[in-house]
Design a protein around this ligand. Structure first.
Ligand SMILES: Nc1ncnc2c1ncn2[C@@H]1O[C@H](COP(=O)(O)OP(=O)(O)O)[C@@H](O)[C@H]1O
Ligand SMILES: [Mg+2]
Length: 261
């Protein structure tokens, strides 16, 4: 599909354990520019742990991370940001009492040449970014707590975009949202894809992500069961990977695939 370009991200043979328990074992995943890769599996499968290795929240015990084909030294969240990696967690890190612009510029406020806050520039830039991401968004003057879940989500994503995210990690982004807001987040993801951003979309629910994903990786008990292009497999086949570890013909098996004898 995209053989002629380097993957944005390659995680190779990643392992990490907590007190002797293998949370992630020998897991390999990759992601191309403009691609949505879903990471699926039951709760406790190791999805968040694997992705926290990429975001610098956890240090891996073994394995390699390559960004644009070159070895990446990611040990802290700050390292990850240097590589354009941003994470949107289920528990959104937005500041409730201030408006969208203040959230986008939290901790990196723009200043005028007199050293005062440049509210005009911050709001103008916020309108530009939000206008691209979510053209229906109009509530620039309201504190973020007054917004719907989907609107808050778009503020969090806009903040990541403003940080020049090239790689976006969304861990269960729609877990707390209703159907309409989930659809809204889907629209955001399609927009980001068009901008060439690569997205890891993590979910325990295949129905949330299958239609958005170009490829899926399934994890079970800390191992990758297999991966497939969504066009090559059915939802039921992916469910078979999630529940049984059974890899269908259209998928590539990983170290966690059920052994058939
Ligand atoms: N900080 C931690 N300390 C100890 N165990 C952890 C920690 N983080 C995750 N785990 C364990 O690692 C395994 C994988 O968890 P997690 O990556 O959160 O799964 P998922 O995101 O697929 O639901 C679980 O058994 C979990 O209890
Ligand atoms: Mg998780």
């Amino acid at each position: 599909m995209t053989d002629n370009i380097n993957p944005l991200v390659e995680m190779k043979n990643i392992s990490i354990s907590f007190g002797g328990i293998h949370a992630v074992e020998n897991a390999s995943v990759d992601l191309y520019p403009g691609e949505v890769v879903a990471l699926l599996g039951h709760n406790g499968a190791g999805k968040s742990t694997l992705i926290k290795v990429l975001s610098g929240a956890y240090r891996r015990d073994g394995g390699d991370i390559l960004i644009n084909g070159a070895a990446a030294d990611i040990r802290t969240p700050r390292d990850a940001k240097k590589y354009g990696i941003e994470t949107i967690y289920q528990t959104l890190a937005v500041a409730d009492n201030v408006d969208a612009a203040a959230n986008l510029y939290l901790g990196r406020e723009l200043q005028t040449k007199w050293g005062t806050l440049d509210d005009v520039a911050m709001e103008a830039n916020t309108r530009k970014v939000m206008g691209r991401l979510n053209p229906n968004f109009k509530r620039f003057k309201e504190p973020v707590k007054a917004l719907s879940g989907g609107q808050r989500q778009s503020v969090a994503i806009a903040r990541a975009i403003l940080f020049d995210a090239r790689i976006l990690i969304m861990d269960e982004p729609t877990a707390a949202l209703g159907p309409q807001e989930t659809a809204q987040v889907g629209d955001l993801i399609k927009q980001l894809k068009q901008d060439g951003i690569g997205i890891f979309l993590i979910s325990h629910d295949i129905h949330d992500v299958f239609d958005l994903a170009d490829r899926v990786f399934v994890m079970k008990n800390g191992k990758v069961v297999g991966n497939a292009r969504t066009q090559d497999v059915t939802k039921d086949e992916v469910l078979g990977m999630i529940i049984l570890g059974k890899v269908p013909p259209g998928a590539t098996p990983g170290p966690g695939a059920m052994k058939v004898s």
